[in-house]
Design a protein around this ligand. Structure first.
Ligand SMILES: Nc1ncnc2c1ncn2[C@@H]1O[C@H](COP(=O)(O)OP(=O)(O)OP(=O)(O)O)[C@@H](O)[C@H]1O
Ligand SMILES: Cc1cn([C@H]2C[C@H](O)[C@@H](COP(=O)(O)O)O2)c(=O)[nH]c1=O
Length: 241
């Protein structure tokens, strides 16, 4: 009930903000939050993304989920085939395809955010950097470049689970990168990325029961939605630390 009242108040505030323009041309007061779930394979990101969208909608927010890679586009199909080990691609090439797969969604993402829809995103540029930078001869700096300027998340939820626990969860081991050795390296990269204090990272203990993980995520997300609604949408990694 309190949430419904909040939503109506937001609509009122939006009207007040109509016509006021901010840096990057994004209108504040109307917008939804960009919430990203990150973590190693089988950390529970897709499960939690789905639960979060459902919970937000139940509480009167407009919310939608999306995921990367988005395997349905032409670029996404190339990525899907690579991940399923049906095709091989040169390492820089696949990295750039993952990034292009995000950029092709940006106009839709911005439109939705501006119209007040909160986006819950299952993996984003941080996956791109964490995974590719574990390959030989790749460094974090190079890996970030293709994603500089993407919409900046208001909240990044890192679902932390150790690789043995993740591996014991269903389906692990079928796709490329799904080995304990590689996932351990990926985890280290994520922790390097989390040192960037210009981003709102929150670490969630994802080895807990699904309901507990969900509660933590929901509380942090509601706060992020409140904080974001009056802020312009930022650009990712525009000022590299
Ligand atoms: N907290 C949890 N405790 C136990 N099992 C879980 C938990 N969260 C998710 N699972 C189970 O783990 C498996 C993987 O979950 P999910 O697909 O959500 O992970 P993911 O991080 O999206 O994986 P991937 O990145 O590999 O696609 C599923 O079988 C899911 O039911
Ligand atoms: C976005 C993105 C993903 N990856 C890797 C990470 C996972 O191993 C797979 C995607 O699996 P999911 O079950 O669909 O989550 O791809 C990557 O290497 N680079 C990226 O940018």
């Amino acid at each position: 009930m309190a949430q419904c009242a909040g939503t109506i108040k937001n609509v009122g505030r939006s009207a007040i903000h109509l016509g006021r323009r901010y840096r990057h041309g994004d209108m504040a007061g109307l917008r939804g939050a960009l919430i990203v779930l990150e973590g190693a394979d089988r950390a529970g990101k897709s499960t939690q993304a789905r639960l979060l969208v459902e919970a937000l909608k139940e509480r009167g927010y407009r919310a939608e989920g999306l995921r990367f890679p988005e395997r349905t586009t032409e670029i996404g199909q190339l990525i899907g085939s690579y991940l399923e080990k049906k095709s091989d691609l040169e390492d820089h090439t696949i990295h750039l395809l993952f990034s292009a797969n995000r950029w092709e969604q940006v106009p839709t993402m911005k439109e939705k955010l501006r119209s007040g829809i909160t986006l819950v995103v299952d993996r984003y540029a941080f996956s791109g950097v964490a995974f590719t930078s574990c390959k030989e001869n790749f460094d974090l700096h190079w890996c970030k470049q293709a994603d500089v300027g993407l919409p900046k998340p208001d909240l990044i939820l890192f679902l932390k689970v150790n690789p043995e626990v993740a591996a014991a969860r269903g389906g692990f081991g079928n796709e490329r990168y799904e080995t304990n050795y590689f996932q351990e390296k990926v985890l280290k990269r994520y922790f390097e990325l989390m040192e960037d204090k210009s981003l709102n990272w929150k670490v969630i203990d994802a080895s807990e029961k699904m309901e507990n993980v969900h509660k933590n995520i929901k509380d942090l997300s509601e706060k992020a939605i409140q904080d974001a609604k009056d802020q312009p949408l930022g650009k990712l990694w525009e000022e590299d630390p």
